[in-house]
Design a binder for this molecule. Structure first.
Ligand SMILES: [Cu+2]
Length: 161
């Protein structure tokens, strides 16, 4: 139940994957997509992952799509389940990450971490304890407020399950 480099960092060209709305739960055999954007589609927030909070079943492959240039997706080593390898995409590159281990995953864009370009992936059963642990992680700049907002959204999502 851990991400391997082979499985987690398969590079891809353009592939038609449907974007998942915030509340959608992607199936284990389907795919999900998070776009890396300069501006949020429905607000004036700059430098965002969309959707910022994604809920998927274990085994789901998520594509982080470089829709806008200058971004990447990098796991926060303090916000992933124990024993899971971090992933780090190159700037401007689409990457696929397969989430096998249940739990809460935090990630950011390397150059825009302080600008608040962060996101969460909720895989399978996520507990309040895991969310509480994530709240204890320290963040710089705008990512602190964004993580607070997204963790509150995550709490609502697990409460609705
Ligand atoms: Cu970025």
């Amino acid at each position: 139940m851990k991400l391997t480099r082979r499985n987690s960092l398969k590079l891809m060209g353009a592939t038609a994957l449907a974007a998942s709305p915030l509340q959608a739960i992607a199936g284990a055999h389907g795919g999900a997509m998070v776009e890396m954007l300069n501006k949020a589609p429905e607000s004036n927030e700059r430098q965002v992952f969309h959707p910022p909070v994604l809920q998927v079943e274990p085994g789901t492959t998520v594509m982080f799509k470089a829709t806008d240039r200058g971004h990447n997706s990098e796991a926060n080593k303090d916000m992933i389940p124990d024993g899971v390898e971090v992933w780090k995409g190159k700037i401007g590159e689409d990457i696929e990450v397969t989430f096998d281990a249940p739990g809460l995953y935090g990630y950011h864009c390397t150059p825009h971490q302080s600008a608040g370009m962060v996101g969460l992936v909720l895989v399978g059963e996520v507990t309040q304890d895991q969310i509480n642990a994530a709240k204890e992680v320290r963040h710089r700049g705008k990512s602190k407020a964004r993580y607070e907002e997204y963790l509150a959204m995550a709490e609502e999502m697990i409460a609705a399950n």
